[in-house]
Design a binder for this molecule. Structure first.
Ligand code: COI
Length: 320
């Protein structure tokens, strides 16, 4: 089969045609690939079945699955990279499998073992390997979804679950350095509330859309949230983590952020992205960006390990 074309990057597309893909045009959106992976758990079996690859496409659901009615589900995100010597590797996939287990436990769902998760991810990537972008042109984003697919109406865990894994080639999540806005009294997660802020629940991101839409309408790239307990410390950006250039993990008051020299975000989707400015009430702070920054060195080191340009001394990459 000829390599497929890209439909509009950052848009969902129903099917792909068969003209040449322009790898320089991909962004962070859905480009349908060849196969997805499905594996089911049922109450009768009390275990996950042998999973299998199916052609990428729509799935059938009862109108009353736990996932649609009550949001019983968790998601993961990881990437496959093409290395300089032509291999395809995953980056720390075991950690994703372990995180899915923690999230599933919180959401009262069975989860695949880490081994089943790794095997499912590898199988999906191999089946879609022509979609792993060439070196330097991006990566193959892998989206595992674990969802309650059995019918429910009363408030109770579903009696059937599906692990679904699909992939799509991606490049940059954000376009260039970020201009972040910090709002008072706008929070993502509330510690000690018994909530789900600590896991990748299916409804982790959509409640943030309204605030994100407003921030974008005001010209900001994203929102940097403060902690809900005190409203004083910086916490996270909508879809990634935040770092001030200092080798220390501790709560950072917003005043300190406004005085920092360099700030950057990280995440699977985002990779390492510099922050150009943050705005808090009437104060706008600007930070160092460009080739001489720590974030640029970190970006080069991370991508260097992922593409085999630098030695992986930590055993972080796993060959598919
Ligand atoms: C990721 O970094 O993979 C995430 O799940 C975040 C999402 C905003 C894409």
């Amino acid at each position: 089969m000829a390599p497929p074309s890209i439909l509009a990057p950052s848009e969902s597309a129903g099917n792909s045609s068969s003209t040449e893909i322009n790898w320089d045009e991909i962004g962070f959106g859905i480009i349908p690939t060849d196969f997805m992976y499905m594996m089911k758990w049922s109450i009768a079996e009390d275990k996950f079945s042998e999973g299998s690859l199916v052609p990428y496409g729509n799935i059938q659901l009862t109108p009353s699955p736990g996932i649609l009615n009550y949001g019983q589900g968790v998601l993961e995100g990881l990437k496959a990279y093409r290395t300089e010597d032509g291999r395809i590797v995953l980056f720390r996939p075991k950690e994703n499998g372990e995180r899915m287990k923690i999230g599933a436990e919180r959401m009262c769902m069975p989860s695949p073992s880490v081994e089943q998760f790794l095997n499912a991810v590898k199988t999906t990537v191999l089946a879609n390997k022509r979609w792993v972008p060439p070196l330097g042109k991006g990566s193959l984003y892998i989206r595992p979804l674990l969802m309650g697919t059995g019918s429910v109406l009363g408030l109770a865990p579903a009696s059937e679950y599906t692990l679904l894994i699909y992939t799509t080639p991606v490049k940059s999540y954000h376009k260039g350095p970020l201009n972040l806005i910090i709002r008072d009294k706008l929070y993502r997660a509330i510690p000690g509330s018994g909530g789900t802020g600590g896991i990748k629940s299916i409804v982790n991101y959509s409640p943030a859309y309204k605030a994100l839409k407003e921030a974008r309408a005001e010209g900001f790239s994203d929102i940097l949230y403060l902690d809900a307990e005190t409203g004083k410390f910086i916490e996270e950006v909508t879809g990634c983590n935040i770092f001030i250039v200092k080798v220390m993990e501790r709560p950072v008051p917003v005043e300190e952020l406004l005085k920092a020299e360099e700030v950057f975000c990280t995440g699977t989707a985002v990779v390492v992205n510099p922050v150009l400015s943050t705005t808090y009430n009437t104060t706008r702070a600007e930070y160092k960006t460009g080739s001489e920054t720590v974030s640029q060195k970190l970006y080069e080191t991370l991508v260097g390990i992922q593409t085999g340009h630098l030695e992986d001394t930590k055993g972080w990459t796993v060959q598919v």
